[in-house]
Ligand binder design. Structure first.
Ligand SMILES: C[S@@+](CC[C@H](N)C(=O)[O-])C[C@H]1O[C@@H](n2cnc3c(N)ncnc32)[C@H](O)[C@@H]1O
Length: 207
């Protein structure tokens, strides 16, 4: 029976991998993932498919074809597969293929932990890859913290909020490169975020 496992690999460092993730990877005939996810399994010796921003659709289709051909496929998804991860695209393509999701620690969970922010009532959203940040305006002033994966650069999102009338003095935090040795937690006002340089690997909180 064809099967695709979607395995969450956590925010980046191998310390946040679960033992069930390791066990599941051992079942793979083909391991699929971004370079940074594949690098977490240096001992894996069989076939791999590397996902890149520009070959995503093609690789997802190939993954489903391989599974239909009887291969056991493990698709690695950084963080958790169900939050801005591969679950949605695989579900769209994989009719008649069994799917199993192995959860991982999401970047948003580690962000909330670093900030000691309870997130049970937070607005949680991803703008990643959407090309439109407008949905955040629907929730930003509802009195709850907002934890968001930016569409692209975090200071562009902060500027977008300022341009749309959000208070420049509101508290903001940026959690950058979580779990990596150069992790940085920035706390300041929304306006201060627009003046800082951040890499693309960031979670932003407005609260
Ligand atoms: C395609 S989404 C994947 C999200 C992932 N499924 C999760 O649950 O964390 C990629 C975005 O997640 C965020 N991200 C992933 N890993 C991160 C990390 N280690 N530190 C900060 N943000 C991270 C960044 O906003 C990045 O652009």
């Amino acid at each position: 029976m064809s099967k695709i496992y979607l395995v969450g690999t956590g925010p980046g460092s191998a310390e946040y991998l679960t033992s069930v993730a390791f066990k599941t990877v051992k079942l793979a005939d083909v391991l699929v993932g971004s370079r940074r996810a594949l690098d977490l399994f240096p001992d894996y010796q069989r076939d791999t498919l590397e996902l890149r921003a520009l070959n995503m659709d093609e690789m997802m289709e190939k993954t489903v074809e391989l599974a239909k051909g009887g291969k056991t496929i493990v698709v690695l998804s950084t963080g958790d597969p169900g939050f801005s991860g591969v679950l949605k695209s695989i579900q769209r393509l994989a009719e008649n293929v069994k799917i199993e999701v192995v959860p991982g620690i999401s970047s948003l969970q580690l962000c909330a932990a670093r900030l000691q922010l309870p997130w049970d009532e937070a607005n949680i959203m991803t703008l990643h890859g959407k090309g439109n940040s407008a949905p955040i305006l629907e929730v930003i002033d509802n009195g709850k913290p907002t934890i968001v994966l930016p569409d692209f650069r975090v200071h562009d999102l902060a500027q977008f909020l300022l341009d749309n009338g959000v208070d420049p003095g509101i508290n903001a935090a940026v959690c950058e490169r979580l779990s990596y040795p150069d992790e940085r937690i920035f706390r300041g006002s929304l306006e201060e975020v627009t003046k800082e340089e951040f890499s693309y690997l960031c979670v932003m909180v407005v609260y």
